[in-house]
Design a protein around this ligand. Sequence first.
Ligand SMILES: Cc1cc2nc3c(=O)[nH]c(=O)nc-3n(C[C@H](O)[C@H](O)[C@H](O)COP(=O)(O)OP(=O)(O)OC[C@H]3O[C@@H](n4cnc5c(N)ncnc54)[C@H](O)[C@@H]3O)c2cc1C
Length: 292
Amino acid sequence: MKKIKKIEYRKNQDLRNYCTFRIGGIAKHLYIAKSKQNLIDLINYCTENKKNFKVIGLGANLLFDFKQTNKIIIVNRSNRFIKKDNSIYVSSGMNLSEFISKCASLELSGMSDLAGIPATIGGAIVNNVGAFNSSISDYIDYVVAINKNNPSKIIKIPKTDCKFGYRKSIFQSGDFVILSAKFSLPHETKNRISKDIIYAIKRKNSSQPLDFPSAGSIFKRGKIIPAKAIDELGLKGLKIGGAMISPKHAGYIINTGNATSKDVIELINLIEKRIFDTKNVQIEREIEIVKK
Ligand SMILES: Cc1cc2nc3c(=O)[nH]c(=O)nc-3n(C[C@H](O)[C@H](O)[C@H](O)COP(=O)(O)OP(=O)(O)OC[C@H]3O[C@@H](n4cnc5c(N)ncnc54)[C@H](O)[C@@H]3O)c2cc1C
């Protein structure tokens, strides 16, 4: 594997160290993109050499389901942050929490409900992350991306074309790599923002099982609230191998130490079947299972 000049390359990496579930699989080739230019160079390199690749953020919504992959894994850590008036131009690899606190220090609000959600800006946009009554798309003006089918062109996609919905966006097609985004945020005092952030984090800490590795909610809300249905079925605490339905929040599967992707998938299938059998509803997955 040819190293690409000046971009950090790591060989044979266990992906448990690159996701919040702490469940791995070996990536034979992994790069750390530290700038937008690194991302562009890697996309061009992969395209020219016909290599499959996957850009990941914090791996907070991923379950790697393979022993080893030849796919090139690009860990996005590009993190430029530029303020102009009430607008922020931010690279896609910036950590969402860092983004929120930088905005807060500039007296820009709007994102406080999202405090504590583990994500990069890119991953957060892909899944249109949200909490309480907010989602990341609320204050986006446009997203700058590369379409993998036409990688020589950098495109600006206005919010109206991003097809944002509940935990949804056009970027889930996998056709795009997000490079950056522009946000326009309302002004607020530091004191107010900081109170809102603390409140949001406290609410999450009280309901989410943050003391175990997980990938957040496994299922999306739809016709029913999956966590409520799982709880009603008495499935909290059910364990397969090292994977367990969290006793604290039925919508989470936690890794109690040595869970495998097979354990998690068996548990997901069991939940889906039990809900289908009892409520005749096919619940939708939020977690993404990554194959080799
Ligand atoms: C403890 C915990 C709590 C959570 N709480 C919430 C919550 O309250 N609300 C909520 O909405 N979610 C929540 N989540 C889920 C998670 O934060 C989101 O799914 C988030 O989108 C993951 O972002 P990421 O950067 O880690 O993306 P990853 O998981 O790394 O990737 C997700 C997808 O986005 C793609 N992707 C990543 N970066 C880019 C890019 N630059 N360009 C193109 N594609 C890209 C990846 O290829 C992958 O398909 C939680 C997760 C955990 C572990």
